[in-house]
Design a binder for this molecule. Structure first.
Ligand code: SF4
Ligand code: SF4
Length: 421
């Protein structure tokens, strides 16, 4: 029998052993739903992680493939009866992979340069996207290789940047001091959505502060196994927002929100920052949580406008699973759409965006995108509301590819601002 020298321990043994192999998570896992392969399931991946740690399996292409195929959507975590903290196991395994596994030149370029050196910096992203807008504007996509065409198809027709003022006062006497996290992708591609979010907060009685010095939340680093860089982002943001003495810190991007709420866990081994990180995370709220708390939507459903469009809601993974927020956004949308609201089948199954997954794992991302679009089209909805920029880009691209030009995907802030404005 071949023996493998066990690698340095990268998993907390107690956390890794919490999985009792019951399999209750399998039917929630998007990649398992698609492939039916146990190695693409949460249980199988945890088995691989443990085998890697114990030296029972070597770190090679096969193991890396099954770990890379994981969306990090954490649907498994939300249904696990043993409380397995899958997200943390995944991040630590990915950190181990990034340190010990040699990737192809293309994957290294994508991960080390595009995802880590461009996406977290709005100014760099704006510059890097200039050629993409020109190619799209001149309709030159056909000249590009397939992978570049696929990446380009995710981008909207035009940039929509926006820088918020540092202070936007409440529309009525202020009831709360709120800090707003403007986000990297949101700042470059969804500026008007950020403005709509701040208007909604102002109408809800919040003085909104958007500090210029804030930076990337660190989600892209954490999800790709660059935990030290994620910690550096966390320390930076904690220091920037602490100065403002805020009641609440609000975010309108589900993926960033779950990372901000987990700064406490990310920095728990750091004696200087652990308490400050916990205090910061305890103040973070998704936009929908704040809006529902300020004005709880009526439980009785008004009748929908007979001429109005059907509206549905897609659960962004990082809002539904790690944050367990499914009711507030639904209540907000249902209160406006009335009986025109229709539930989306498999609403909480990932659309394939998953941060930068649709760039690094385009084949599986495309399968999940098609699955999502088929479900959307089944509802007959003309408006799909969601809470994360990645989901919006992925769903819009999928709708365009399906020729469903009469169906729009909108951020919940834009939807609420539009129907109540
Ligand atoms: S992760 Fe949880 S639900 Fe899945 S097999 Fe392990 S114990 Fe069961
Ligand atoms: S995080 Fe998502 S894709 Fe990964 S194992 Fe869990 S359910 Fe499956």
């Amino acid at each position: 029998m071949n023996t493998i020298t066990p690698p340095p321990a990268f998993l907390d043994p107690a956390r890794a052993l919490a999985c009792i192999h019951c399999g209750l998570c399998l039917s929630s896992c998007p990649t398992y739903l698609e492939t039916g392969n146990e190695n693409d399931s949460p249980r199988g991946r945890i088995y691989l992680m443990r085998a890697l740690q114990d030296g029972r399996v070597a770190l090679g292409d096969t193991v890396a493939h099954h770990i890379d195929q994981c969306l990090g959507c954490r649907a498994c975590e939300a249904v696990c009866p043993s409380g397995v903290q899958y997200g943390e196991l995944l991040e630590h395994t990915r950190e181990h992979l990034e340190q010990h596994f040699s990737r192809s030149l293309w994957q290294r370029f994508l991960r080390r340069w595009v995802i880590e050196k461009v996406f977290p910096f709005p100014e760099r992203m704006e510059l890097a996207l200039l050629p993409a807008w020109l190619i799209k504007g001149w309709r030159l996509e056909g000249l590009l290789p397939q992978f570049a065409r696929e990446a380009l198809s995710l981008l909207p027709a035009a940039p929509a940047p926006g820088r918020l003022p540092e202070f936007c006062p409440a529309a009525e006497p202020a009831r709360a001091r709120v800090g707003f996290v403007s986000g990297c992708v949101m700042t470059v591609l969804f500026g008007p959505t950020n403005e709509a979010s701040v208007r909604l907060l102002n109408r809800a009685g919040c003085d909104v502060f958007t500090p210029v010095g804030q930076g990337c939340c660190g989600a892209l680093y954490a999800h790709s196994g660059q935990l030290e860089q994620a910690r550096a982002c966390a320390r930076h943001n904690i220091a920037v927002f602490e100065r403002l003495q805020l009641d609440t810190i609000v975010i309108n991007a589900a993926g960033c929100g779950s990372t901000l709420k987990e700064y406490g866990a990310l920095l728990r081994e750091d004696p200087e920052w652990a308490d400050r990180a916990r205090a910061f995370s305890s103040r973070v709220r998704d936009l929908t949580e704040v809006l529902v708390a300020a004005a709880p939507p009526s439980a009785s459903l008004r009748s929908g406008d007979p001429a109005g469009a059907r509206v549905t809601y897609h659960d962004a993974c990082h809002l539904a699973h790690p944050q367990r927020i499914t009711k507030p956004p639904r209540d907000l949308v249902r209160a406006r759409a009335g009986t025109n609201f229709v539930e989306l089948p498999e609403s909480d199954v990932c659309c394939g965006s998953a941060g930068s997954y649709n760039l690094t794992e385009p084949a599986m991302a495309a399968r999940l995108q098609r699955r999502k679009i088929e479900n959307i089209l089944k509802t007959g909805a003309k408006v799909v509301v969601t809470t994360n920029p990645g989901c919006l880009l992925q769903i819009r691209a999928g709708l365009r590819q399906a020729g469903a030009m009469d169906v729009e995907a909108v951020h919940i802030a834009d939807y609420l601002d539009r129907v109540s404005g």
